[in-house]
Structures are given as C-alpha cells and as structure tokens.
Design a protein around this ligand. Structure first.
Ligand code: ATP
Length: 446
C-alpha cells in the first residue's frame, strides 16, 4: 500500500505507547517521529515539518490532571500554529481534553485507543493541515495584492531594505497589513529559510512578557516545570516581529533595548547570557513620537527600532486595491469552504469602492468570509457582506442622481414596513410588480 506523505510526531512518556503507535502508523504514513521527553518538542518542531502531533496529556505517572498536556499544546501552537494536535487521554481527564479543544487541539482520543479510530483521526488531521498550508501558500504567493500608488511607495522602501539587516518599524492603523508586510520583508530577506517569529506584545500579559520573550530555566517560578526557550531564541538566525511595540510598559523597555543592542538574552532564572542572531521588525498603530514626548516610550529604544520606518496606508487611501483584494479574499474563502466562486455584481462593487473601510483590509476580509458562508445561488449580496440594503458612503457622488434618490426612498420605506412588499408598493404608489423590478434594478435584497 502506498504510504501517505506526512510526518507524524507521537509524544508520550511511556515507551510502549510510542512503539505501538509507531508500529501501527508507519504502515500508512511516511515518517513517524517519537518523543518521550516533552522538553525536546520545540527542537523537533523547529527542525521538522510536522503535519500532526499525537500527544499524551499526562507525562508523569500519578498525575492525571492533564496540565502538562495543556502547557505543551499551547507551546506547540505558538511555535507552529498550523500543526494539528490530537490529544490522548484516559477517562479521568476528559474534561481537560475538552478544554484543550477550545485551545486549538483538533480532537482527543481515549486510551487505550481504537486503531481504526486513531488512523481516521490522523488522516483527517493531515487533510486539515494540508488545507491550512495551502491557504497560507496561496496567500503568500499573491501577497501584496494591490498596486496602488500609495503601496508602490511602500514597496520601494521595503524592496531596498529587505535584503539588509536593518531594524524596520512599520506604522499604520489596525488591519492595514502591517503583519503581512513584516512577513513579506522576511520572505524577501536572506533569512527567508529561517524562522519568522511573530510576537503580539499587545496580547502578552505583563507578567509573562519576560518569560515569553527571553525564556526561563526550570524552577524560575512556580509553573516553570522545564527549561523553555523564549521567542528571541526561537527566532535565532531568522526574524523576530514585535507587533504592538507601543504597548510595552516603560519598565520593560530598558530590558528590551538591552537585548536589541547586545543581541544577547538571559533566560529567567539563569545568569549566563546566550547569543542570539535576529533581524528585528516592529509595528505599532500608536504615535510613538508623541509617546516619546510624553515620556511613555524611551527615546533610545525608539531610535534603535526605527532605523527605517514604513507607513502602511489605510484602505481608504488605496481605493484602487479594494476590488483586487475583494476578489483575492473571495477566492481564498471559496477555496476554504469548498464552494464555487460566487458572482458579485457591478453595482455592489461600485458601492464597496466608495465605502469608508475604517477596519481596513481586516474588515474587508471578515466581510468576505461572512459573505462566502452566507451566499446563496452563487451570488454575493450586500446583506451577505453584513450591510443593510445599501452602504453608507462618505463619497456620495450619486446623491444628486435621481436613481440614487429613488433607491434610497425604496430602501427607507422597505425598512419602515419591515420588508412588506405590498405595503411598501402601496405607500410608494406603484404596483407590486413594478416594485419588484426596481428591487432587481437596484440590487436591493429583501
Ligand atoms: N496586501 C495584502 N494582500 C492580501 N492580504 C492582505 C494584504 N495586507 C493584509 N492582508 C491580510 O489582511 C489581514 C489584516 O492584515 P494584518 O494582520 O497584517 O494587519 P495589521 O496592520 O497587522 O493589523 P493589526 O494592527 O490589527 O494587528 C490579514 O489577514 C492579512 O493576511
């Protein structure tokens, strides 16, 4: 039988489970890696392209609370967010297993496992992993959809800077594509074959800041059960992207500055320093210059991270890119939800181009995802996109246009009569048939 090209990592402290798992799975899948010591997980993940992890929730005999499994699950998903994790558990810890599903595990399996069930779960997980990877690949291939003049200015700078090791600060509102730009700088740099580590400092609890970034030694604090590398070490040789840099509290800025300057980190609970080689990219939606003036952001850190700065334009400043981005996301999500590419009519496209996209590309992306899920008869409507009958626009170039006035009137009366066609037609003094024709003409969905 031809084996499936996939790499499965089995993690369990019991050798007999590892052997049984390997024997069963190696008949069907190309590569099976086993690991009895969870401390080795980060290294294995960074060195191999793992499709599926099959992991025990309890590593120490006598401990059935599953906490270590939860800890390692979070670590795996931080390092490799697309890897699919299946947990193995005993009856006692089903609750924790269910909790782990919320954290991102795709399923759990009761021990002793049923061979066929395990194989089916792994096959399904491989499919899911392939799909997730495919989406990222399509995304990366065509990343930086859009050739507006304001984006051309951005490319001009990033093309020059990508190949250097200069620190880059990316400015811009939420959802403008700062993270995507950081990734693309890395992809075009000499470090592209190494790790790109994205750290969202805005989401990082202040107490976890140091341990997450610099790592820690076993026993450094109550929950420090094993030596753990931090994000800077994980980025060694590659790029570290510190998102929302403006959110770092002042007292931690000095530590960060030191690491950036010396390219050395000291893990929490250790005294020896370790050399790390990284390229630094940062991003913020706050006005750092102002924060410096107000004494909220260290000036020396600001100058250190700001060798080159690039401003991502708002989507409203790159209107030419709206339609290409829209088609791009339609393709991505139609692919994700296994649907045919739906149509979208000219009138809606026109309205979308004049809409004020305050949530920028992320808003556009979210609306398209919603529309793909809700679309009927292969047609995207404004309602599918989460709008009422027509879009509020700050560029109402059509407000003097008779058609637009008529359309607005119809929408207003329809809303007033809760979508009742007979009452709306009566109120407007036209027949129901005529109202239907107008609804179709103006693409008003009821
Ligand atoms: N030019 C682009 N082409 C295709 N997709 C893009 C482009 N720019 C951004 N995106 C997508 O739009 C979404 C928002 O982008 P991103 O997360 O990079 O924004 P951000 O500025 O970092 O947002 P935040 O400040 O909220 O973290 C992402 O899913 C990203 O992949």
């Amino acid at each position: 039988m031809k084996k499936t090209q996939a790499t499965i990592l089995i993690i369990d402290d019991q050798e007999e489970i590892l052997i049984a798992g390997k024997l069963l799975l190696k008949r069907l899948f190309e590569t099976i890696i086993t690991c009895s010591n969870p401390k080795n997980i980060p290294e294995i993940l960074l060195e191999n392209e793992i499709d599926v992890v099959l992991m025990d929730m309890n590593f120490r005999t006598g401990y059935e609370d599953g906490k270590e499994g939860v800890f390692w699950l979070k670590e795996i998903l931080l390092l490799k967010p697309k890897t699919k994790v299946i947990l193995m558990t005993s009856y006692g810890s089903v609750e924790t297993a269910v909790e782990s599903l919320k954290l991102g595990a795709i399923d759990y399996l009761l021990k002793p496992w049923d061979n066929q069930k395990l194989i089916d779960l792994i096959k399904d997980a491989i499919k899911q992993h392939r799909k997730a990877k495919q989406i990222v690949e399509v995304k990366e291939k065509s990343l930086f959809v859009g050739r507006s003049s304001s984006m051309e200015k951005v490319y001009k700078i990033t093309d020059k800077v990508a190949k250097t090791d200069a620190n880059v600060l990316i400015l811009g509102e939420n959802g403008t594509g700062k993270s995507a730009l950081a990734k693309s700088i890395h992809e075009n740099s000499n470090r592209k074959t190494e790790q790109f580590i994205h750290v969202d400092l805005g989401a990082l609890n202040e107490n976890l800041f140091e341990s997450e970034l610099f790592g820690y030694a076993k026993g450094a604090f109550t929950d420090a059960k094993q030596d753990t590398i931090g994000r800077f070490e994980a980025a060694n040789g590659g790029t570290i992207f510190l998102d929302e840099i403006g959110n770092i509290p002042l007292h931690l800025q000095a530590k960060l500055l030191q690491v950036i300057q010396n390219k050395e980190i000291i893990r929490l609970g250790e005294s020896k320093s370790r050399k790390v080689d990284f390229r630094l990219i940062t991003a913020t939606n706050t006005n750092l210059e102002k924060a410096v003036e107000q004494g909220l952001f260290r000036e020396d850190l600001y100058y250190r991270i700001n060798a080159i700065s690039v401003k991502m334009p708002n989507l409203n400043e790159r209107k030419e890119d709206i339609i290409p981005l829209l088609h791009y996301f339609i393709e991505i999500y139609a692919n994700k939800y296994e649907m045919d590419i739906p149509n979208i009519n000219e009138e809606i496209l026109n309205q979308l181009q004049h809409y004020e996209w305050n949530g920028n590309i992320r808003e556009l992306q979210n609306r398209v995802e919603r529309a793909i899920i809700l679309a009927e008869n292969d047609e995207i409507t404004l309602e599918n996109l989460g709008f009422d009958y027509f879009l509020p626009s700050t560029h109402s170039k059509n407000t003097n246009n008779l058609n637009e006035i008529e359309k607005q009137k119809i929408v207003e009366r329809l809303l007033f009569f809760d979508g009742n066609i007979t009452k709306t037609a009566e109120d407007l003094g036209i027949s129901r048939a005529s109202l239907y024709r107008k609804l179709e003409k103006y693409n008003i969905s009821n």
